[in-house]
Structure formats: C-alpha cells, structure tokens
Ligand binder design. Structure first.
Ligand code: NAP
Ligand code: MG
Length: 412
C-alpha cells in the first residue's frame, strides 16, 4: 500500500505509471486484518493472518507514524504510544485515503499462483486466481514488486516426543485469543518478540504458569513469579517437558514462538529470496532491488523488487521509503550504480549482519539504511527515531509489565 501511495505521489508530479496490485485478502491491510480462521481459508488457501485479537503494538507509534499524516491528524487528538491493533489498521486506512488510494487500486481476493520471467523480452507473466469467481487471470508486466510479507508462514521445528504430547501443541501463527489458556500451564518456545508478547498475553488472561524455553537467552526482564525462563526443550514424555539444564515440568499446552519463513510459492526458485529474518538481505540492493548473486539464483534484468523483507525496527516509514525508492528507480527518477557496484555494496552490507549482536546495533544499522534511502531520494523529512527506540528498550528493561504505559513519545 505504501508503494501504491508513492506511485500516486509521483503521479501528482506528472509521472505516470500503470500499476496492478493483486492481494489475496478481502481487503488491504496484510497482517493487520485479523480473522477467526486458522490453517486453511474458505477457498482452500493457507490463512496468512498471524495476529491475535487482543494485540497491542509492542513498539511505540511515534516510531512508525507517517510524517505527512500523523496519528494526531487522523484521530484529531493525542492517543497513547502503543495502540491496539484496530487503532493501527484504522490509521493505515486513513493514510491510504489521504494518499488518494481507492478500492479499485487493489485487486482483492486475487491469489497469485505463478510468475514466470522471459529473459528475451525481460517481462514477467503473472497468473492469478480470482478466488470469488473461481477464474484465472493472466497479465504481463515490465517490473514486478513482491510485497507479500514474511511473518505468515510459520517456522515449525520438531521436538522429540511432541507427536505424543498429551496437551495442545501449536505455533504462535495460529493463536487468536489467549483466553483459551486461562488457568492453564503453558510452555512458550522462543525468545523473540512473539515469545515475549504472547507470554504477556497469557499472563494478562490468567494462565496459571508460563515457562519460556529459549535457544538464545534474550528475554532478560524482571518477570513476575508466574513467569520463568529455562534453556531449550529437548524431550517430551506425556505432559512432561525436559529441558537442557536437566529440569522438567508438566504443561497443558506448548506454543512455538519460533518465527516465520520467507516463502514465495508463486515464484520460480531462481527468483525467490532466500529465507532469513535478517537486517541486510543477500540478493537485494538497498534491500529492495533483486540481483541474483546467491548460487542457483538468476538476475531478472533489474526488473524485480522485494519490499518489506528485512527484519524490522522501522516499519511503516521504512515501507514508504522503500516504496518511493522502488517507484523512483522504476521511473528513472533516480539512477542506481552499475551492477558490480550494487553487488559489492550488497555483499558489504550482508557481511555487516554478523556485527548486529544486540538490539542497539540493529537499531543503528536500520537507521543508517533509512539514511541511505533518504540520500538516494533527496528526501528531507526526518524519519530518524533512534532515540525513541533506545528509550523504549530502556522502558522494557525497567518494567516489562508496564512499559506500554510509559508513552515514550511523550504524547500524553
Ligand atoms: P522472530 O523475531 O524471527 O524470532 C524467532 C524466534 O524463534 C527466535 O527467538 C529464535 O531463536 C526462535 N527459534 C527459531 N527456531 C528455533 C528452534 N529450532 N528452536 C528454538 N528456538 C527457535 O519471530 P517472532 O518473534 O515471531 O516475531 C516476528 C515479528 O512479529 C517481529 O517483527 C515482531 O516485532 C512482530 N511481533 C509484534 C508483536 C506486537 O506488536 N505486539 C507481537 C509479536 C510479534 P534464536 O534467537 O536462537 O534464533
Ligand atoms: Mg504471532
């Protein structure tokens, strides 16, 4: 939607572009559209919703708001820093309207089935299924932008004995409502944002006991007595879970908060971005324009773009920058360097992933990336929120149970 908005912006400046956007959902909004369904939808397609009904943003809204359309602009009054899910989707809808996007700009309920690329003509052929009518459509394009997200196909590791676990085992992707775990003993696996936030949800809705089992020890907070951490699960017998440190415990449910996979079933493998929730992608110049440098990957004459595919501290503002960058490259408003220089830059940035050993380095690195996009685009609005992110991290360490009340943006 950010990319469509940026194409609209260019159009206002007299730069025309014919854009078609396919989306499999009933309405735009990606993960912010929550459904009661899990698994398979009414058309037999995988359900891509990964959010629970009672989700509140864990990051401050001040770090994601659009400079030309603020939360104050949208709501006409100040609101807290970490709004609930429905407030965020409402804000997004307001922004799209503000950018002049209309319902017709997105072909909803269109599931892209297949993409092929012709080296000779340098064109992409896209085949999509109109899910409602059960009809196939086919169209050719000069450029292709993949913006299908990467927090929807669950990464599901196997643990010994899980097939005979005498309780419920599920992935965070399928959690819709933590109320079903009231009074229950829950084992959460993972140590990133889903593990942290689902632990807080379970606590909020009265789970009896929550154990976080980690591979990498990260959730170093002052947790209340009902919540504790153990090293990784190694084996399950009946209801009993055994951990790496020799301890064990009985549980009613296991929730795997083990992240997601980059997954593009509609693309040929030689054009598919490799999996990895990292900050600097291996095949993407400016984390956006595809150069097939990994073995088995092909170039697509610089006509292929992936947006929103990195790990994220920045989100909405990063997506508008990426959208504007891609639209500007496509319309020759900005020029990218020669292929070798792009590849060298890409590889240097990729190697930097190894240095991103704590969240401060990750925040700094992504802020630096945002600056690069601004320089390329000659973009003058200040989108840097590093100081707010640092305060947010500090607030969480001060009190993980109340950090959302701290209103890091100082709004009210
Ligand atoms: P993630 O950040 O990619 O983290 C994946 C976690 O799974 C890591 O802790 C990883 O451990 C662990 N893991 C993967 N394979 C494992 C294995 N075989 N055994 C043990 N652990 C394993 O994914 P996420 O936590 O689902 O977060 C996804 C996105 O959703 C983030 O951008 C986050 O900000 C967002 N989110 C937002 C909210 C909210 O706004 N309220 C709530 C939840 C999530 P290692 O570190 O050892 O690799
Ligand atoms: Mg989830």
């Amino acid at each position: 939607m950010s990319t469509l908005a940026m194409f609209n912006k260019l159009k206002d400046q007299g730069v025309e572009c014919e854009v078609t956007c396919f989306d499999k959902q009933e309405q735009p909004g990606g993960l912010w559209n929550v459904t009661w369904r899990t698994g398979t939808d009414e058309f037999g397609e995988p359900v891509h919703c990964s959010q629970y009904r009672d989700l509140f943003s864990h990051g401050p809204k001040e770090c994601l708001e659009f400079p030309d359309y603020t939360f104050d602009d949208h709501f006409g009054k100040p609101i807290p820093s970490c709004p609930p899910r429905d407030v965020l989707i409402d804000y997004l809808r307001g922004y799209w309207k503000f950018q002049g996007l209309k319902k017709e700009d997105v072909l909803t309920r269109h599931m892209v089935k297949n993409v092929s690329f012709d080296d000779k003509t340098a064109t992409f052929t896209v085949q999509a299924r109109n899910l409602v009518q059960g009809l196939d459509v086919e169209q050719e394009f000069d450029r292709l932008i993949i913006a299908s997200g990467h927090f929807s196909v669950p990464n599901v590791p196997h643990f010994e004995g899980i097939e005979t676990f005498e309780g419920r085992a599920m992935h965070s992707h399928n959690l819709r409502n933590a109320r079903e775990f009231t009074g229950k003993r829950i084992l959460v696996i993972g140590s990133s944002f889903s593990a942290e936030d689902i632990t807080l949800q379970l606590f909020k809705f009265g789970a009896e006991q929550i154990t976080i089992s980690y591979r990498t020890d990260r959730l170093d907070f002052k947790w209340p007595g009902k919540i504790h951490k153990v090293p990784l699960l190694i084996k399950i017998e009946g209801k009993t879970c055994h951990f790496k440190d020799g301890t064990s415990g009985d549980y009613d449910a296991i929730i795997l908060c083990t992240g997601y996979k980059h997954h593009f079933p509609f693309l040929p493998s030689e054009l598919s971005l490799p999996n990895g929730n990292i900050f600097n992608q291996p095949n993407l110049y400016r984390n956006a324009q595809w150069y097939g440098v990994t073995e088995g990957k092909k170039d697509a004459s610089s006509g292929l773009f992936y947006l929103g595919m990195t790990n994220q501290f920045y989100s909405y503002t990063m997506f508008i920058m990426q959208g504007l960058w891609a639209a500007s490259v496509i319309k020759d408003i900005i020029q990218t360097p020669e292929r070798e220089d792009c590849v060298e830059d890409m590889e240097r940035r990729y190697a930097e992933n190894a240095n991103l050993t704590d969240c401060f380095k990750m925040i700094d690195s992504q802020a630096d990336y945002m600056k690069q996009l601004s320089v390329d685009l000659n973009y003058t609005e200040i989108l840097d929120t590093v100081e707010l992110y640092y305060r947010w991290v500090q607030d969480k360490h001060d009190d993980i149970m109340t950090y959302r009340d701290n209103h890091v943006g100082g709004n009210n």
